[in-house]
Design a protein around this ligand. Sequence first.
Ligand code: GTP
Ligand code: MG
Length: 412
Amino acid sequence: MRVSGSGLASLLAPLLALPEPRKATLRVLKWDGFRERALVLYFPGPDSYTGEDVVELQTHGNPLLVRRLLRYLGTLGVRLAEPGEFTRRALLNGKQGLLEAEALRDLVAAETDTQLRMAQARAGAQPGWISEARLALTPWMARAEAVVDYGEDERIYLNLKDLASVLEPLRKRFHVEHIRAQAGQHLRDGIRLAVVGRPNAGKSTLFNALAGEDRAIVTEVPGTTRDVLEVRCEWRGLPLRLFDTAGLRDTEDPVERLGMARVGPVLEVADLVLHLIPAGEQASGLIQAALAPFQGKVLEVRTFSDQMMVPGVAVAANLGDLDALAAALQERLLGGLAPDACLGALATDRQVELLGELAKQMDLLLDLDADCPPELPASILQGAWGLLSRLTGEDRADSALDALFGGFCLGK
Ligand SMILES: Nc1nc2c(ncn2[C@@H]2O[C@H](COP(=O)(O)OP(=O)(O)OP(=O)(O)O)[C@@H](O)[C@H]2O)c(=O)[nH]1
Ligand SMILES: [Mg+2]
């Protein structure tokens, strides 16, 4: 149990005498006729996680015992924490930035190695380019403000050409970070990948190869797979949610038809649909029609490439020859970046959106007409500054905090 607040030494005095700060100490807790030996840690504020006094009580894990102790703590004036409240207090007390808190949430929620490493890369400190961006923007903001306020009498002016040449690297940086962030978003959220195609196209073989385990039945009999199979895995650094589906064809078999009916919903939820076509074949009209509404997210993959050389994304999953697919996924989902190149990228929806907006504002700024009124660059610079502050949480907007801490679990 972890308690945070001010004046904990006196508040908890009826239960125990707090030990020396930061020293794990055995204490006997006594309340309501119970005696519990507990390991106690005391972090006096402000040198604690939350910035307040923090006391950690390590008792035995019996849920009844924990409930009884919690109930007693309640009588002393301690209440249960909201989800993420410890981190929220850390943030409000300046112990942690918003970006770090978001990284911490991702760290707790990570399900694959890549997700874990991404969250860890962001958990330490805020990315260096943010303070670099501020350094670059500050003199121009000051200058633009001065021109707006005193331009007429002081004969100072803003040279937009100079501004454009000095801030061009920053504009590029925002665009690069935005692209990395969009790629990072896919890695953070995981990628829903559906495998579809005619019977015997090699769907289940590919599904098994990506999953790294023998999950789906593979036979030479067309129409083997009926139900939708789903597996979560990480393949070459990509966190995947894979769906294997029934082969699509004109058939009278009632079971196979039921299986085919289950493909539609999978197409709906998929981020990317792999349409498998054996090398040297044309896709059937039936499949073309089924995929037509999803064209934007369909990737054609040629299977049986061991039997015939073909251009395009060609694989032989039975032999584990999948390099072309890895490259295509990297291109389609990560903008050509390797998963490792996305490690430090900002990646939450909020961060991606703000980065996109920043890149847009810089485009606007650097495209301004040389004779535009000075209020224009001044307000765009202000806007960009504001976006950076929203990104780091320094604007203290409650909406961002509520959205963040709603996703936390208790006790963090
Ligand atoms: N040579 C070769 N054989 C393959 C390849 N992919 C799959 N096969 C074989 O093709 C047959 C059908 O493969 P499956 O993976 O079951 O095909 P499917 O698309 O899942 O078929 P249904 O479930 O019936 O729709 C099996 O005998 C596989 O071993 C490939 O790339 N090369
Ligand atoms: Mg199959």
